[in-house]
Design a protein around this ligand. Structure first.
Ligand code: SF4
Length: 467
């Protein structure tokens, strides 16, 4: 990115970044092109990845591929969707890491194999991906990308099985990590979730056909019927006969990513059987119970702090107000060559409601503090607008350990809470007070047993192991 560019991605908002979202369609009504359904599904999942988008379709004879960098509507228009005929398809939105930002890593990947044409898209990260990649290279496999998806495709192709679902099931025995996978062949669509249930994946009915998607909001947006979440360790096959579980790998332990409920999932999605918005409100309520609210008014950091702020206000009895307006029409990228221009760009994105803030003690609720820069800027903005005191309440415990399962930042040095005391953090972001929810409080609010959650970025205990 050129110097001075301001990108309205999750990264620039200083939030943890979900790496990907996936969708898969096995349709029966050939009058509704799978490409259009994948497009709409990806549109609903755009929050899970904003750097590239891709769709592969199958028309009964051959597969068609379209992908590129950018948001879903930047990559596809009606003409490009018309070039992807077919009744079945898979799609992917992605937010790359520094290491794999090359366009060649854009998914889905599409290859020809002894099983015919195969396309794959994945959300997540394998903890043994590097080791499996090395083994493939040592036996002469040629790899083009940095993706785990390519490793998985090669393991499927080299499985020695004649039947695709058996080859995929055998491959799932070899891989270890967090994943939601969709694989399109000429006969079926296969979908798999890791045995820890770390990444979300849902199954839905769409007309006479079926679909899978990272989140239930994509099924609802397409007018589909949510059937259920894919089970941890389950491999589901969708084909002309409908859908069935091909295999169910026994789970050693459940480890749903707690951040799905804290931040990643869209508020209208259900994760682990619970609506994300209501869980966020419950987290805000628990945060209020655990801390002392010293404020006249409660506001949410836009936009992800709003749901916990509503719960916080409910539990404290303090008024909830909209204290900062986020401009939704700021382009994804705009260039500002000077520091003054960049500061102006921030103000164009976020503007305080002075009449709500002036002379008040403000409790601002945010979902998380990752790098600390966003919180510092927000607090400065509130003070500039006349807030008398600014008290920061965080709806997740201190983020001190990098995620090894596909969420950025994966580097310790970027985590502002690491190696800092609460008081040091408070001074850094220049808040009058700083309060985090405890791990126990978070678990209570999630309503999911602690040993069925991944909380590694707060506790340093990695349930799926480390790479
Ligand atoms: S380490 Fe944190 S972000 Fe990563 S999967 Fe676990 S809970 Fe989610």
């Amino acid at each position: 990115m050129p110097d001075g560019a301001v990108r309205a991605t999750n990264h620039s908002l200083g939030k943890p970044q979900e790496a990907c979202g996936v969708v898969g369609i096995w349709g029966k009504d050939t009058s509704v092109p799978a490409a259009s359904l994948c497009y709409l599904g990806l549109y609903a999942l755009q929050h899970r990845g904003q750097e590239s988008a891709g769709i592969v379709t199958f028309d009964g004879n051959k597969m068609w591929l379209g992908k590129g960098p950018g948001l879903v509507p930047e990559v596809f228009d009606q003409d490009s969707l018309n070039e992807l005929p077919g009744f079945a398809g898979i799609g992917h939105v992605r937010l790359s890491t520094e290491a794999d930002r090359h366009v060649i890593n854009t998914q889905p990947l599409w290859v020809r194999s002894s099983f015919g044409s195969l396309a794959i898209a994945q959300n997540g990260s394998l903890v043994n991906g590097r080791e499996l990649r090395q083994q493939l290279l040592e036996r002469g496999t040629v790899l083009q990308t940095n993706t785990d998806s390519e490793v998985i495709l090669n393991l499927i192709a080299q499985s020695g099985e004649n039947d695709l679902p058996a080859a995929v099931a055998k491959t799932l025995e070899l891989i270890r990590g967090a994943y939601a996978l969709v694989i399109l062949s000429e006969d079926m669509l296969l979908a798999a979730k890791d045995p820890w249930g770390n990444r979300p994946l849902c199954l839905g009915k769409l007309g006479e056909g079926y679909m899978v998607a990272s989140e239930s909001c994509a099924i609802a947006n397409l007018g589909g019927e949510f059937l259920r979440e894919v089970k941890p360790g389950e491999l589901v096959a969708l084909d002309v006969a409908g859908y069935h579980t091909y295999s169910l790998k026994p789970s050693e332990k459940q480890a749903l990513c707690a951040f799905e409920h804290i931040y990643f999932a869209r508020p209208d999605s259900c994760i682990g059987g619970k609506n994300a918005y209501l869980v966020r409100k419950a987290i805000g309520q628990e945060l209020a119970r655990e801390t002392m609210a010293r404020a006249d008014v409660v506001i949410g950091a836009p936009d992800s702090g709003v749901s916990p702020a509503l719960g916080f206000a409910e539990a404290t009895g303090l008024p909830f107000e909209i204290g900062v307006i986020k401009n939704r029409y700021v382009g994804r990228t705009f260039l500002q060559p000077t520091q003054a221009g960049r500061q102006l760009a921030v103000r164009i994105k976020l503007n305080p409601v002075v009449d709500v803030l002036q002379g008040k003690r403000v409790a601002v609720v945010d979902d998380s503090i990752v790098r600390g820069t966003t919180s510092g800027k927000l607090i400065a903005l509130l003070r500039e607008a006349g807030a008398r005191e600014v008290h920061m309440y965080v709806a997740s415990p201190p983020y001190r350990y990098p995620c090894l399962y596909g969420i950025e930042p994966s580097s310790k040095s970027e985590l502002v809470a690491r190696g800092r005391t609460l008081e040091e953090l408070r001074r850094l972001i220049e808040a009058d007070s700083l309060h985090y929810i405890s791990v126990e409080g978070l678990v209570r609010a999630l309503g999911i047993p602690k040993d069925e959650l991944c909380l590694a970025c707060f506790t340093g205990e990695y349930p799926i192991g480390a790479n």
